[in-house]
Write a protein that binds this ligand. Sequence first.
Ligand SMILES: Cc1cc2nc3c(=O)[nH]c(=O)nc-3n(C[C@H](O)[C@H](O)[C@H](O)COP(=O)(O)O)c2cc1C
Length: 189
Amino acid sequence: MRVLGIAGSLRRASYNRALLDAARQLAPEGVSIDRFDLDRIPLYNADLDVDDQRPDEVGRLKAAVSAADALLIVTPEYNHSVPGVLQNAIDWVSRPGMKSPLAGKPIGIMCASTSVIGGARAQQQLKLVLLGTLSLVMPHAGVLVGQAPEKFDNAGTLTHEPTRQFVAAYLTALEAWTRRVGTPATAQS
Ligand SMILES: Cc1cc2nc3c(=O)[nH]c(=O)nc-3n(C[C@H](O)[C@H](O)[C@H](O)COP(=O)(O)O)c2cc1C
């Protein structure tokens, strides 16, 4: 099973990218998680969202989403919502509406934050956004890694053992969810 991992932060020492990298290591056997970095995705412009104008990096992102059996989005909370970087990427991938690479795609969501409950509101907002794309967010209480500086070491390794176990269990659940709901036909090609 191939999962595409996307982090909603571009920060070099991002806890969310570090959490995604931890997930890559903790994935169950038979599940591989690739990482797609959003650094080079331009701002959405509908004038460029046509076949001979679309930026190459956007084409790469859409192809990667299409080819994946599932997505794993790992994002910070910005101002009680989703970072613009992530929303922008979702906007590009979400077209054509209702028939985009996101339609029917199983999705898992995790958040890391420096605060205690940071991420909870971002997850709620993200679920609403993804509902509009017809993607299939896994029903789950949510992975919220609060007080992140206490859970990662200086090299960005997730060292907090209970969190490692929780993330591993979440990934096992995401694998089961993906098998249960199936993947859109584009992922098979
Ligand atoms: C523009 C901005 C808005 C933020 N808004 C929130 C917020 O609403 N709630 C929260 O818990 N943390 C908020 N934070 C703190 C981030 O959650 C924290 O910096 C986190 O570590 C960022 O994720 P990263 O380490 O993956 O870059 C905000 C940070 C920034 C830069």
